[in-house]
Design a protein around this ligand. Structure first.
Ligand code: URA
Length: 215
């Protein structure tokens, strides 16, 4: 089904569709012949924002580069900054459990973050840090071509969807980013504190699973 027809169907079904301000067609010619080696090298040597001064290492992302599922979190924490891998701490353990509940293993998916460097003291990413890092996420999506993107938490959701709407309004819907459905799920670090919302996260995961099966 072509993009325009799919958008018409989704609209007719009352599903909100978010289109990025910059569409795939407008990406530079340089990005269209991008490859993993140059992207990884660009991230590893990045000095585009101040976080390069305090980071121990960059956290590019890990997993299957041909995955159907791309999972996007917020930013590396202390453990991730030390190990150079995403979601290695307590939130990572919960994420692994959440994925297991829908019969996915970490090696089946690609996991990354909006920011590739740790913000000091685990503070929230600043607007300018997100802006500096955004192109890496876009390039990852273009190389992976996932069937679905799961946005974990409000920072990932608002960045990918270019909105400041709260997560409660963004979840339970299919959004579209460069032809790819995006489903928003509560961040596992939040779920560790707000145990009662785990039920909603389970509903969101099942919703994401159905979305992939339909595509
Ligand atoms: N670890 C990550 O890699 N990302 C998060 O968003 C939280 C913990």
């Amino acid at each position: 089904m072509d993009h325009t027809t799919r958008l018409q169907y989704l609209e007719a079904m009352g599903i909100s569709v978010w289109l990025p301000r910059v569409t795939a067609e407008h990406q530079s010619a340089a990005e269209s012949d991008d490859n993993w080696e140059s992207l990884q090298a660009d991230v590893a040597g990045c000095t585009q924002c101040g976080l390069c001064k305090s980071r121990h290492t960059t956290v590019f992302g890990s997993g299957n580069k041909n995955a159907d599922w791309m999972i996007v979190g917020e930013a590396p924490g202390q453990s991730e900054d030390q190990q150079g891998l995403p979601f290695t701490g307590k939130a990572g353990l919960l994420l692994t459990e959440m994925l297991r509940a829908i019969e996915l293993k970490r090696e089946d998916i690609f996991i990354t973050n909006v920011l590739k460097c740790r913000p000091p003291d685990n503070r929230e990413p600043k607007h300018e840090e997100i802006e500096s890092c955004k192109s890496y996420l876009r390039r990852q999506q273009a190389l992976i071509q996932p069937k679905i993107i799961l946005a974990l938490g409000h920072v990932a959701a608002q960045t990918l969807l270019n909105t400041d709407q709260p997560i409660a309004e963004l979840r339970s819907k299919i959004h579209i980013l460069n032809n790819t459905p995006v489903v928003v799920v509560y961040h596992p670090a939040y779920l560790l504190r707000a145990v009662l919302d785990k039920r909603k996260a389970w509903a969101d995961l099942k919703f994401a699973l159905q979305t992939v099966k339909k595509n």
